[in-house]
Ligand binder design. Structure first.
Ligand code: NI
Length: 618
């Protein structure tokens, strides 16, 4: 059987890639990333044979040097190896192994031990929390593999450490030298003393809800290709991006060639000297899908579930499996359409249903779920769910403007969770265009004598620079992704409308380091001309990246995007001013966007949904 070009890497393929690289590996080589080197979409769509290739990022722990390798499984050979230069670009992603040794490294630091002693804390009760270093043009960090460390007190191994931040203290660690590069003891703050009581007695008033589908689910899965009602797509999964939906189509008509959440960043608002640098690119720096949860029936997902396992590589380059990594099921979603007619006695209701494809990651204190929804009426939706524990600080005192006091003396610094969806659109074909559509008032005049008129303004975004846009919720702004070459029965281009939530983009100042490194997050919309290498909106090597990588660099060419093969990039997310109710574990907070057909169909595509027969209806 021939392998589909977008098929997920198998354990045997990961083994093969490592074997082919064996000549360049040493004791200290680690595999920072192993993933399918996805082929250019053009030969894939043309049905041409493409070589099966694997991208491997190697890190030499002894020297800190990174290598970017392309391994050709079809040819059985290494296609290329490039040395990464961390003095001009970013560092290899952060390894798990590096996280593990932080406390050991700091235990060797006299300054760290002195700072803990000053606070009366035994080192064995202190948990060191390693966090990505970012880039601040410090000469003494140039080219070095760094991490910054904040600490928490854990008086008892069963306790949530986030209740006890040791604030005012930060260590900068050199991961290659395995030394504390610098320890800054800015200020001693009292450690809050209230325990994080999360395990409270459960109420007994909730009755059981069971979701049953006695005839089984309506979807079918064959070789990672999912068919559900008129939808079809191929499951992808990668240690960096997590879930990928490939070649999404409805009724055989293509809509999205590839959909993923290609980056996310969590910039913090607290300017205090111990934590001004806090901002994590969970996707690009930590490759967060490595921390995908194994989901359990009845807890994470409810109903007739289909699970997909994920096969990733460990840091030795060996395959490892995450059981039940992706969950898929159907959900009833209330009323789809309904009418009781005044004149013809029609009284009809149809119920909406959606297919849910999801995964959950745990990255440090936070847990993120990513839920793709496909609806019977052709709607596509993405919802990210943020839960877990907020990152805490000492609350410096009444009126502190950059954190909420969430428990006595305990602060939760303000922050944002900003995601970038990469939507490689193929609305009824490869050549698409984007129109920005606003609702507009019409002034009173000869055509509008009573002033009731309103209309809309549609603006074609013709080039990459013109397509760097902000949402405008007051204008109901949407972006129509249309195919200028294909029309519906009304003679208009078929399209899908991107409905943004229109919440704040990156709030950090334009001169800040994070603004330069996460420029993608300063606009809700970017559109680029498709290029197979343009995958990550904050650049390829994001860990300690300098500035301007990814979207700002690519769009400097200002390529035309009107009627071209285009990729739509959408920034969305939460600006989180933590609430007392977010402590000690926060209820899920939601962010996302919707893609709705706009003239893609000639009429309501869900007229043929049958009446419900469930006994619960009567
Ligand atoms: Ni948050």
């Amino acid at each position: 059987m021939s392998t589909h070009p977008l098929a997920r890497l198998t354990a045997a393929e990961i083994d093969k890639a490592r074997e082919l690289l064996s000549g360049v590996l040493t004791e200290s080589t680690r595999f920072a990333y192993v993933g399918l080197a996805e082929p250019d979409k053009r030969p894939v769509l043309a049905g041409e044979a493409v070589p099966r290739q694997v991208r491997v990022l190697l890190l030499d722990r002894a020297t800190g040097l990174g290598r970017d390798c392309l391994v050709d499984l079809t040819a059985g050979a290494i296609a290329s190896i490039t040395e990464a230069d961390a003095t001009i670009g970013g560092q290899m992603p952060i390894l798990d192994e590096e996280f593990m040794v932080i406390e050991e490294i700091l235990a060797e630091s006299a300054e760290w031990l002195a700072a803990l002693a000053k606070r009366g804390l035994p080192v064995e009760e202190v948990r060191a929390c390693p966090l990505s270093a970012g880039h601040f043009d410090y000469e003494d960090e140039a080219g070095k593999r760094m991490i910054r460390v904040l600490a928490f007190h854990q008086p008892d191994p069963a306790e949530l450490v986030w209740a006890y931040p040791i604030d005012g203290l930060v260590a900068y660690v050199n991961l290659t030298e395995r030394t504390a590069h610098a320890v800054y003891d800015h200020q001693v703050f009292p450690i809050p003393r209230e325990k994080a009581e999360w395990d409270v007695p459960a109420r007994d008033t909730l009755k059981t809800i069971e979701i049953t589908q006695p005839d089984g689910p309506s979807f079918a899965v064959e070789d990672d290709v999912v068919t559900w009602e008129k939808w079809q797509f191929r499951i992808g999964f990668d240690m960096r991006e997590g879930l990928i939906l490939n070649q999404i189509s409805f009724d055989g008509r293509p809509i999205v060639y590839r959909a993923s959440i290609a980056e996310m960043v969590v910039p913090y608002a607290d300017p205090s000297p111990a934590r001004f640098w806090q901002n994590y690119f969970d996707t690009g720096e930590y490759l967060f899908a490595r921390y995908t949860n194994s989901l359990e029936l009845g807890c994470d997902c409810l109903g007739e579930i289909h699970y997909f396992d994920a096969t990733l590589a460990d840091e030795q380059g060996a395959p490892r499996s995450i059981n039940n990594a992706i969950c898929m099921h159907e959900e009833d979603y209330g009323v789809l359409w309904k009418h009781t007619d005044l004149f013809n006695e029609m009284a009809e209701t149809r119920r909406q249903r959606r297919l849910v494809i999801s995964f959950f990651v745990t990255i440090g204190n936070y847990d993120y779920g990513f839920y793709w929804y496909l609806y019977l009426d052709g709607t596509i939706q993405l919802e990210s769910k943020a839960t877990g524990v907020v990152f805490t600080s000492a609350y410096p005192g009444e009126g502190y403007p950059y954190a909420t006091e969430i428990a006595p003396g305990l602060g939760a610094p303000f922050h944002q969770h900003l995601f970038s969806a990469r939507l490689d659109m193929t609305v009824d074909g490869v050549n698409n265009a984007v129109d920005e559509v606003d609702a507009v008032r019409v002034p009173v005049g000869p055509d509008n004598p009573y002033g009731n008129a309103f209309g809309r303004r549609s603006t074609r975004l013709a080039t990459e620079s013109a397509a760097q846009r902000l949402a405008d919720p007051a204008a109901g702004r949407v972006w129509h992704i249309v195919n200028p070459e294909v029309t519906n029965r009304l003679g208009r281009p078929v399209g899908y409308a991107l409905h943004p939530a229109g919440l704040p983009v990156l709030l950090a100042d334009e001169s800040s380091s994070i603004h330069a490194r996460a420029t993608f997050a300063t606009k809700h919309l970017w559109v680029t001309k498709y290029s197979p290498d343009e995958r990550y909106p904050a650049g390829d090597l994001v860990n300690q990246s300098h500035a301007g990588d990814g979207l700002p660099a690519w769009t400097a060419a200002d390529r035309p995007i009107d009627g071209e093969d285009i990729v739509v990039w959408h920034t969305f997310g939460l600006t989180h001013f933590p609430r007392p109710e977010d402590w000690p574990i926060m209820p899920v907070d939601y962010a996302g966007f919707t893609l709705k057909p706009y003239g893609f169909f000639d009429r309501n595509p869900a007229l043929d949904v049958p009446k419900s027969t469930a006994k619960h209806c009567h």
